[in-house]
Design a protein around this ligand. Structure first.
Ligand code: KDO
Length: 335
């Protein structure tokens, strides 16, 4: 396939024809490769800002070769539809979740399990090591999507409207917890003891405000960036999912790049995730005071009970039947 970068510019060709000059008489001006990225993220969240880092790094290292367009707030594609859009050739890049991938590759549901990945460093080591290579290959082969790098989306916590203190999963009985709309997400909500309600990210603020839902779960930086603290009363520090977001490119787009361009894209992706991880980790450490200042109660539940309940639910689930043999032990063994 001819690289889009090597294709002569249409404008140049057309102009040359008008003047009766061969378009190839001189060195043709190359079109920059347009990379459209779609995300539901809000502008002030770290994974939205990391896309600007990606754009700046790539446009700096490969001057004139790329034109990166960032579309936030689900303005281009609805949350969860980005993988299909990349697969159909309608979108170049997105930040996709393990839950998105698990819809097409059931083995990936292992990374949707609560209390498996221990912390951000464990997450990076799992995905930048052998396990990541194996699982990224599945995505390349079966979904035609190139994962460029893993970013730390944050550790998910419960963020509820009510004032009743939550200590164990049984206290969440009947709580309508908003989850993104897919089986893997909804299962996490059930495993936590709630009645999960599917809803797109962009509708959560209003859902909390009107009481359609009793709560939502997200990492603390997202609770602040999307202003969910304005319409909730408490944060329960369940630490139930050390969540990942995978900066990805359609393989059709990726394969059309030159080797140098592919390397530049990988390099910019690593710089972007490094920026995201550093800022998000620092932010998570300091945000509780912000929420307390906004009048929210912050509770520390019985984590041993939450962990044991959620892990048991996953190990006994239908999802676990699709996990490659020994994968949980292998993930646990990564430092
Ligand atoms: C969410 O909808 O709760 C979620 O956190 C799920 C993630 O996979 C990701 O889509 C994220 O939203 C968006 O990027 C918005 O922050």
């Amino acid at each position: 396939m001819i690289s889009r970068f090597l294709r002569p510019a249409i404008g140049f060709t057309a102009l040359a024809t008008v003047f009766g000059v061969s378009a190839f008489a001189g060195v043709a001006q190359a079109d920059p490769v347009k990379l459209r990225i779609s995300s539901p993220a809000v502008e002030s969240d770290w994974h939205a800002k990391m896309l600007t880092v990606f754009k700046d790094e790539l446009e700096k290292s490969s001057a004139g070769e790329f034109n990166v367009e960032i579309h936030l707030n689900e303005s281009l594609f609805k949350q969860g539809t980005e993988p299909a859009a990349m697969q159909r050739g309608n979108l170049d890049m997105a930040m996709i979740s393990a839950q998105d991938i698990a819809k097409q590759i059931p083995a990936w549901s292992v990374f949707t399990a609560g209390y498996l990945i221990r912390d951000p460093a464990h997450q990076t080591n799992v995905f930048r090591g052998d396990i990541g290579q194996e699982f990224y290959k599945m995505v390349a082969d079966e979904m035609n999507i190139e994962i460029l790098d893993v970013g730390y989306l944050g550790t998910r916590q419960l963020n509820l409207r009510g004032t009743k203190e939550i200590k164990v999963p049984a206290d969440l009985n009947g709580t309508k917890l908003r989850m993104p709309g897919s089986d893997a997400w909804l299962f996490l909500g059930s495993a936590l003891g709630t009645s999960p309600t599917p809803m797109a990210f962009g509708e959560v603020y209003t859902g909390l405000q009107t009481g359609t839902i009793d709560g939502q779960d997200n990492p603390l930086p997202t609770v602040r960036a999307a202003k969910f603290y304005e319409v909730t009363n408490q944060i329960v520090l369940t630490n139930h999912l050390v969540d990942a977001i995978f900066l990805s490119m359609s393989k059709k787009t990726f394969d059309a790049l030159t080797a140098e361009q592919q390397a530049a894209v990988h390099d910019a992706a690593m710089k972007a995730t490094a920026y995201n991880n550093e800022n998000r980790i620092a932010d998570e450490a300091g945000l509780l005071d912000f929420f307390k200042g906004e009048g929210l109660s912050v509770y520390s539940p019985d984590l041993d009970v939450f962990r044991a309940t959620v892990q048991k639910a996953y190990l006994e689930s239908e999802f676990a039947k699709d996990w490659p043999d020994g994968i949980v032990d292998r993930v646990n063994a990564v430092e």
